[in-house]
Write a protein that binds this ligand. Structure first.
Ligand code: C2E
Ligand code: MG
Ligand code: MG
Ligand code: MG
Length: 293
């Protein structure tokens, strides 16, 4: 169509579109470079008890290398890494680094229930036949107890299940690894998988938490998810809690765990350890119930 309408048509190509194409190409080149050097950053956001703020776990979150100019947010480079296949390299790196960091941190925090590690795993990684081996090697190499590892998947993975993905997940479950559904409620999926699939945890997406406590429909949805999870024996974590009234409402409807800027932003491993020490008295105690199991 462009050709047929004359040779000057290209001038009408929206300048903004050109910028986007160039930026994407530029980002791709930069991603190639970062991946080849494995020079990502990694932060840890505490998962806490809604009632007392005690840390029960940490979610590993990848970051563009800190020293680089104009850091690219994960919302941009993760989807690109998924498209280009770089997510396999990035994901393997995150797994190795996070298990090593958390194994060390657990060793230095005796006398309390070790905080668990939660790692985001993209659909492409689940389809990778080497993924199970990667996880097992990371656990064996670092000595991190499998029972303190949680892997997050999105509803899209549950909708694209294959016998091979199911087998990998079952093998991980057999080792004691927990499976969490991330961004719960935002995907196009049926609720049937909650019954048919060995899930341990639902992470309620921030978009549901945002409307709390004013929006009665959001309140009803969150309350419904918590009750559903209770009935099915699943644990619930609310994501993106920023305000105290949101926390209160979530506590009121029986949600026991949360994550969000109200409690803590994603932290360096050193900051995470410092916060763990500050909260010594409010965290779960060794020998007691493991409240997050
Ligand atoms: P996610 O797994 O749902 O992670 C939660 C995101 O919400 C994180 O964004 C976190 O920093 C942010 N967040 C937490 N609490 C609050 C809050 O109170 N307010 C607001 N506004 N935001 C909050 P982040 O780090 O930018 O990561 C975005 C997404 O990128 C993640 O969403 C996850 O899907 C993906 N991602 C990050 N790291 C990895 C990784 O290592 N592997 C894979 N496959 N995906 C990753
Ligand atoms: Mg996540
Ligand atoms: Mg999430
Ligand atoms: Mg999210």
């Amino acid at each position: 169509a462009a050709k047929a309408s004359g040779k000057r048509t290209w001038r009408r190509f929206k300048p903004q579109q050109r910028v986007l194409v160039v930026e994407r190409h530029d980002l791709r080149v930069r991603l190639d470079h970062v991946v080849s050097k494995e020079e990502f950053g990694l932060l840890y956001q505490p998962v806490v008890g809604i009632d007392n703020g005690g840390i029960v776990g940490f979610e590993a979150l990848a970051r563009w290398p800190e020293l680089g100019p104009d850091p690219v947010p994960p919302g941009q480079f993760i989807p690109l890494a998924e498209e280009t296949g770089h997510i396999s390299t990035l994901g393997a790196w995150v797994l190795r680094k996070a298990t090593a960091d958390m194994a060390r941190l657990q060793h230095r925090s005796p006398g309390r229930v070790p905080p668990y590690l939660s790692v985001n795993v993209s659909a492409r990684q689940w389809r990778d036949t080497g993924f199970l081996d990667e996880v097992c090697t990371a656990l064996d190499t670092t000595g991190l107890a499998a029972g303190t590892l949680q892997l997050e998947l999105t509803e899209s993975v549950l909708m694209q299940r294959t016998p091979q993905i199911d087998a990998q997940i079952q093998a991980l479950k057999d080792r004691g690894v927990r499976i969490a559904v991330d961004d719960f409620g935002t995907g196009y999926s049926s609720l049937r998988y909650l019954r048919d699939f060995p899930i341990d945890v639902l992470k309620i997406d921030k978009s549901f938490v945002d409307g709390l406590p004013e929006d009665p429909q959001q309140v009803a949805l969150v309350e419904g998810i918590v009750h559903l999870a209770d009935t099915l024996g699943l644990q619930v974590i609310a994501e993106g809690i920023e305000e105290e009234p949101q926390r209160e409402l979530l506590a009121l409807v029986g949600c026991r765990y949360g994550q969000g800027f109200l409690f803590a932003r994603p932290l360096t491993v050193e900051q995470g350890e410092a916060m763990l020490r500050e909260h010594e008295g409010v965290g779960p105690r060794a020998g007691g119930e493991r409240p997050w199991r």
